[in-house]
Ligand binder design. Structure first.
Ligand SMILES: Cc1cc2nc3c(=O)[nH]c(=O)nc-3n(C[C@H](O)[C@H](O)[C@H](O)COP(=O)(O)OP(=O)(O)OC[C@H]3O[C@@H](n4cnc5c(N)ncnc54)[C@H](O)[C@@H]3O)c2cc1C
Length: 312
C-alpha cells in the first residue's frame, strides 16, 4: 500500500463503514497514523487513533498535531461514504534540529508583505513542490516553506507571505544577503509523479503564496500542460505573474476588479469545472481547500486526481 505523507497521496478511500483502519507511514519521520470511522446514529464521526488526538466532526477534521512539537498536520475530508486523508504534511520538527546552515543570496521584496528569499543550494537534492523548514540561524524556530525555484536551479527560493506578529516570516523578511538560515529538508510529497507524460492536463489552484510549488513545477518541467487558478485579495498579490503565459494564468480577485474573475476560486470553479481527466492540485489556506475540494468532487473529479497542500 502506498500511503504517503505530505498532502496528496495520503488518501485512503473506499467504503469505510464500521471499522476501517489504515496505517500511514511517513518515511522521513516516525509518524504512524491509524484511524477508523464509525457511523453512529447521530451522524458521521471520525476517530483517529494512534498518536493522533481523537476528532469528530460531521464532515471534516483538520489539523490534529501528532505531538506537542506541533510538527504534523492532518486534514481529513469526509465525502459521503469515503474518508480522504487529504493532507499529511509533516515537517520533521518545528524547531531547529538536524538542519543545515545555508546562506541568503538575495531577497526580492514583491509587496510590503511578500518576498522571495533565495538561499544557497549547497548541493541538496530536491523534487519540485517539496518543502523545507527555514528559520533564522540559531533562533531555534523554523517553519515550512514550499519550493519556489525549479528542482534544477542551483539555489533554493521560497515565496513568503509575512504574517503579522509571526515569529519566522517577519524575521525572514529582514534577512540580508550573507545572513545564515537554518534549513531542514526537503520533504513532502506534493509533487508531480509523472511530469513528462504529455497526455496529462493539470489544474493548479492556489490562494496567495500557495502558488509557490506550482512555479517550482513549471520551472522544472517546462512541457507541462497546465492552467493556474490563483485566488488573491488584491491584484498586487499575483506574484511575478509575468512568468506565466496569460492563457495559462487565471486570477480570482476578491477585493477589487481587474482580475479574470471577481470572487473566490471555489466560485470560479463552480462555473468553470475542469475538463474530465484533469489532475487538480490545491494549495493554500485550509478554508479554500476544503471548499474547492467539495466543488471539484461535486463536478465528478475523482479523489485520486486531487492533491492538496495546506499552508495554514
Ligand atoms: C507544508 C507547508 C508549506 C508552506 N509553505 C509556505 C510558503 O511557501 N510560503 C509561506 O508564506 N508560508 C508557507 N507556509 C506557512 C508557514 O509555514 C508559516 O505558517 C507562516 O510563514 C507563518 O509563520 P510565522 O512563524 O511567521 O507565524 P506564527 O508565529 O507561526 O503564526 C502566527 C499566527 O498566524 C497564523 N498563520 C500562520 N500562517 C499564516 C498565514 N499564511 N496567513 C495568515 N495567518 C497565518 C498562525 O495560525 C498563528 O496564529 C507553509 C506551511 C506548510 C504547512
Amino acid at each position: 500500500m502506498r500511503v504517503n505523507s505530505s498532502s496528496n497521496a495520503a488518501r485512503q478511500r473506499g467504503a469505510v463503514r464500521r471499522l476501517v483502519h489504515h496505517g500511514c507511514h511517513y518515511t522521513q519521520s516516525r509518524c504512524f497514523l491509524q484511524y477508523h470511522r464509525e457511523i453512529p446514529s447521530s451522524g458521521d464521526s471520525l476517530k483517529v487513533v494512534s498518536n493522533v488526538a481523537a476528532a469528530a466532526a460531521p464532515r471534516s477534521c483538520r489539523e490534529k498535531p501528532v505531538d506537542k512539537s506541533g510538527d504534523s498536520r492532518y486534514h481529513f475530508v469526509m465525502h459521503n461514504d469515503q474518508v480522504d486523508i487529504l493532507t499529511l504534511t509533516h515537517a520533521r520538527s518545528a524547531t531547529s534540529r538536524l538542519g543545515l546552515v545555508h546562506r541568503v543570496l538575495s531577497v526580492r521584496h514583491l509587496t510590503a508583505a511578500a518576498f522571495v528569499v533565495r538561499i544557497g543550494r549547497n548541493d541538496v537534492p530536491a523534487t519540485a513542490g517539496q518543502c523545507a523548514t527555514l528559520g533564522i540561524h540559531g533562533a531555534g524556530i523554523n517553519r515550512e516553506y514550499s519550493m519556489y525555484a525549479g528542482e534544477h536551479d542551483d539555489y533554493f527560493e521560497f515565496l513568503v507571505r509575512v504574517v503579522e506578529g509571526g515569529q519566522v516570516s517577519t524575521e525572514l523578511q529582514r534577512c540580508q544577503p550573507g545572513d545564515q538560515v537554518d534549513f531542514d529538508g526537503p520533504y513532502g510529497q506534493f509533487i508531480i509523479e509523472q511530469p513528462r507524460d504529455p497526455a496529462r492536463k493539470y489544474l493548479f489552484i492556489a490562494t496567495g503564496v500557495g502558488i509557490a510549488p506550482y512555479r517550482s513545477y513549471i520551472r522544472s518541467y517546462p512541457q507541462l500542460d497546465y492552467t493556474i487558478v490563483h485566488g488573491v485579495r488584491y491584484l498586487r498579490e499575483c506574484y511575478e505573474r509575468d512568468e506565466y503565459p496569460p492563457a495559462r494564468y487565471r486570477t480570482c480577485v476578491t477585493r477589487e476588479d481587474g482580475g479574470d474573475f471577481r470572487g473566490r476560486v471555489s466560485d470560479y470553479l463552480r462555473a468553470q469545472p475542469p475538463a474530465p481527466g484533469t489532475i487538480c492540485y490545491l494549495c493554500g489556506n485550509n478554508a479554500m481547500i476544503a471548499e474547492t475540494y467539495d466543488v471539484l468532487r461535486a463536478h465528478g473529479v475523482p479523489g485520486d486526481q486531487l492533491f492538496a497542500e495546506i499552508f495554514f
